[in-house]
Every structure is written in structure tokens, then in C-alpha cells.
Design a protein around this ligand. Structure first.
Ligand SMILES: *Cc1c(COP(=O)(O)O)cnc(C)c1O
Length: 456
């Protein structure tokens, strides 16, 4: 048998021409968005006031399994895709495991993560609709950077509300966003009513994604020809990220790789939803037995310790209600180095798949994640983003189990980004000052207390 190559790159003509809509293969669908005032499902008209209309259509599409990727987006994808599927030979050797380990690496573009896949699509549709500006939030900065790149390409103005601690921890992110022409506002700010309210209650807050979302949405609603765009959680974002899974599936088929376990980190759930999109259908209809594992930090454990409930997407409690695994929109996560995994909720699609038992979840500690990241950097050469290293840590755990049992499983995980912009986290780990924060049940109760009291 021929050895699989270290790196599998597809040819340009093998790149996907369609995205894969998970909802079309689900037996039961996630609940629709609920309007907090009427407690009725949100209409397309209501959603169109906040989001681009084509994205609303995608958000509400539950029937088309494949949705065409427009030529104008495929052109953009070609600048940085296909991304490699890598066989982690060196890690396998180091762990002395009989398992085969593969990772799909999304960190090869300048923004450094998978977020560019959805940014390109969202800005393309905004331009097509004749919009002139967009607002968004960013946590760790990857989304803001990706969006700035896409806005520069499609010629749209951009304001980025960046979680204040991240803006302070990652000044280079801000520099990249500004280089691409985006405007950065640390959040909470006094440029919006939502920001002012949060600052009045909690002047020293380092901010949160939920709070930045409130600010960005407020500005989008009050500005002509402007819409708000979101980099995770929503169904259309998972749809765009399915380009990751589609490429992975093509590469696997080409080299006869059959994954037994597919692992991904889950912040809002978009990269993981995208990675599993072409694989989960067979699990749902009973023709495959792949084990799916979503990984989150112990400090922000929405799947493993959260409640499956209707909740707001933002701290300001202005968004529609979504049924999801959540810690409550009032949950303030501790400063954690995996900024992309600090969101209080989880994609309604991932939440539903988890609740129905098609995937499992694991929470891991930050110092263990950095042990894994450092081991990986030294043996595989690639410096992972802290978020991605959550998936890596569980991939290592599974490979070590194989070593004990002698099973020769095929393990696939998503390496969502590079760690170049997270060097302050690596510094803290290297000097031994990194700590693990595990919220107590009491801490979590405070977040749950913010859940809206609705009976639906
Ligand atoms: C944003 C981000 C994540 C988490 O977001 P998901 O929507 O769960 O994919 C993971 N890794 C990286 C590198 C990120 O930037």
C-alpha cells in the first residue's frame, strides 16, 4: 500500500463548488429564532433588518443539502485555498501510537484562521445587495481580521467592536485590521447606548463577545446601508465553513482515509459544524459509526455544563432568542487565552446534534492545552492557535488510548489557526504564570440567572 503523503493538497479543480447544509440531513431541526417580545418565530423581514438578505435566506434554508458557492466567492477562496490535510506522522511517532492522525489546517491565510471562509461569503453578499458598510464584533481578533481582509477585497467599510481585553492583549491584531482598512473600537465603548450602560454598571470590565455584539448591532440598526455580520454561531456561518469539511472529505476519499473519530474545538461551533457537515449525515441515518467530539475550555463550558435553553445571543439582550446550550448571556468568562472559545452559547445546530446524542463534548484545561500545543509545535513544526490546541489535546488523548488498547484508529481533527498572534499566551505559559480557571457551580448559577424566563 502507498503511504499517504505528509500533506494532501487538492488541485484547484477539485475544490468544492457547493457548501453542505447540515440542516437538510438532520432528522429533527433546531428551533427557529424567537422574537423576544412576541415569542413567535422571527420572520425573514425582521431578520432582514439586521442581516443581509441572502444570508437570511441561507439561515432559513432547511431543505437544500447543497448550496452553490458563487463564482465571486470561489475566486476569493482560490487566493488561500485549498488548505492542506496533513498526516501528523511526527506526532504519531512521538506518541508511539498505532493510530493514524490527520489534521485539516486552516491557518495558512494572513488572518490566521478558518474565519475567512465565512467573511468572504458574507461580504460578497453585502456588496451584491448594495450595502456600503458593515459592523461586527471580534473577540480574539481573528474574525475582525478576516472580515477586514474581505472588506478590502470587496470594497466595503468596516467597524470592528473588539473585546477590550483582546485589544489590549493583541495590539498586532488591531494593526492588521487597520492595515486592511478596518476601524477598531475597544468594547465596551461610549459610542453606543449598550456600551455606556455596561460601563456604568461595571466600569472595569474587560468586555465580552456578547457585549461587543450588542454594540455592533446597535450601530448597524442606526446606520443607512449598513448591516451587522457575525463570525460564528449562526447556521449560515456553519454553512460557509462546510468548505472545510467538503475539502477534507474529497481528500479522504482520494486517499481512502476513513476517519473513526472527528474532533474539533467549539467556541460558537462554526469550524466544527463545517468540518463535520459531509460526515454527520451518515451517522444520523445509521450508515456510519464515526465518533464526533467537540472540545471546549473548562473555563467556558457551554456544552458540558450549560443548559439547553432559549437565550439571547448578546449581553445587552437585544438579539432574537435561540435555543442552544448556554451559560446565560450574563455569564462573564474569566480572561482565558483561547479568546475564540469564550462565547456563552453554542451554535443551535451543534447544540441540537449534541442533545440528540450524535456528538459528544469534552472540556479541557488551559495548561494541558498549552502542553499539547508546545509538544505539537516542537514535533510537527506548526505553532497552533490556543483554540485549535483544544482539539489537538483530545486528539492526543485518543491516540494514547489507542496505544493502550492497540487499536489502529484513524483520528482527524481541525487545526483551525496559527498561534502567531497569541504569543503573549505562549509567554505566560513559558514563564509558568498560566493558571486554570474552573468556574464553581455558584459562578455558573449567576449566568443561568440571566436566562430569559420564557415558556415555549
Ligand atoms: C474563532 C475561532 C475558533 C472558534 O470559533 P468556532 O465558531 O467555534 O469555530 C476556533 N479557532 C480559531 C483559530 C478561531 O479563530
Amino acid at each position: 500500500m502507498t503511504k499517504t503523503p505528509y500533506k494532501i493538497y487538492l488541485n484547484e479543480d477539485e475544490m468544492p463548488k457547493t457548501w453542505h447544509n447540515i440542516k437538510a440531513v438532520m432528522k429533527e431541526l433546531p428551533s427557529p429564532f424567537i422574537h423576544p417580545a412576541t415569542l413567535k418565530p422571527c420572520s425573514a423581514d425582521e431578520l432582514n433588518q439586521v442581516f443581509c438578505s441572502e444570508l437570511v435566506e441561507q439561515e432559513l434554508n432547511t431543505t437544500d443539502e447543497y448550496i452553490e458557492i458563487p463564482e465571486g466567492i470561489r475566486e476569493f477562496y482560490k487566493m488561500y485555498r485549498p488548505s492542506p490535510l496533513v498526516r501528523a506522522y511526527c506526532l504519531e511517532r512521538l506518541l508511539d501510537t498505532p493510530a493514524e492522525i490527520y489534521y485539516k489546517f486552516e491557518g495558512t491565510n494572513t488572518s490566521g484562521s478558518h474565519k475567512l471562509n465565512s467573511a468572504a461569503a458574507q461580504v460578497y453578499y453585502a456588496q451584491k445587495q448594495g450595502l456600503t458598510s458593515l459592523t461586527t464584533e471580534t473577540g480574539a481578533g481573528q474574525w475582525g481580521t478576516a472580515l477586514a481582509m474581505a472588506c478590502a477585497y470587496y470594497n466595503i467599510d468596516l467597524s470592528v467592536y473588539m473585546v477590550k481585553v483582546s485589544a489590549e492583549q493583541k495590539p498586532y491584531r488591531k494593526a492588521v485590521i487597520e492595515t486592511y482598512g478596518g476601524k477598531v473600537i475597544p468594547s465596551p465603548s461610549n459610542t453606543t447606548a449598550a456600551g455606556k450602560k455596561i460601563l456604568a454598571e461595571n466600569p472595569d470590565t474587560g468586555g465580552s463577545l456578547g457585549c461587543a455584539i450588542s454594540e455592533a448591532m446597535e450601530v448597524a440598526m442606526q446606520t443607512d446601508n449598513c448591516r451587522y455580520v457575525l463570525g460564528s454561531v449562526l447556521d449560515h456561518v456553519l454553512l460557509h465553513q462546510s468548505v472545510i469539511g467538503e475539502e477534507t472529505k474529497t481528500a479522504c476519499d482520494k486517499y481512502d482515509i476513513q476517519p473513526d473519530i472527528i474532533i474539533g474545538c467549539a467556541g460558537g461551533g462554526s469550524n466544527y459544524g463545517g468540518l463535520i457537515a459531509p460526515f454527520i449525515g451518515d451517522k444520523i441515518n445509521g450508515t456510519s459509526n464515526i465518533e464526533f467530539i467537540a472540545v471546549e475550555p473548562v473555563s467556558c463550558p457551554s456544552l458540558t455544563r450549560g443548559k439547553y435553553a432559549f437565550d439571547f445571543g448578546d449581553t445587552g439582550q437585544t438579539t432574537p432568542l435561540m435555543k442552544m446550550y448556554t451559560l446565560g448571556s450574563g455569564f462573564m468568562p474569566s480572561p482565558n487565552h483561547a479568546g475564540g472559545l469564550r462565547y456563552h452559547g453554542m451554535s443551535p445546530i451543534i447544540s441540537k446534534l449534541y442533545d440528540d446524542g450524535y456528538l459528544s463534548a469534552r472540556a479541557v484545561e488551559q495548561t494541558k492545552v498549552f502542553d499539547a500545543a508546545t509538544m505539537f509545535a516542537r514535533c510537527e513544526g506548526t505553532l497552533p492557535a490556543p483554540e485549535s490546541a483544544h482539539a489537538l489535546q483530545v486528539a492526543i488523548e485518543e491516540a494514547l488510548k489507542c496505544k493502550e488498547t492497540g487499536e489502529k484508529k484513524t483520528i482527524l481533527f481541525g487545526l483551525t489557526g496559527t498561534g502567531y498572534f497569541d504569543l503573549s499566551a505562549y509567554m505566560s505559559y513559558n514563564e509558568g504564570s498560566m493558571t486554570d480557571y474552573v468556574p464553581t457551580d455558584e459562578d455558573l448559577e449567576k449566568g443561568f440567572a440571566s436566562l430569559p424566563k420564557v415558556e415555549l
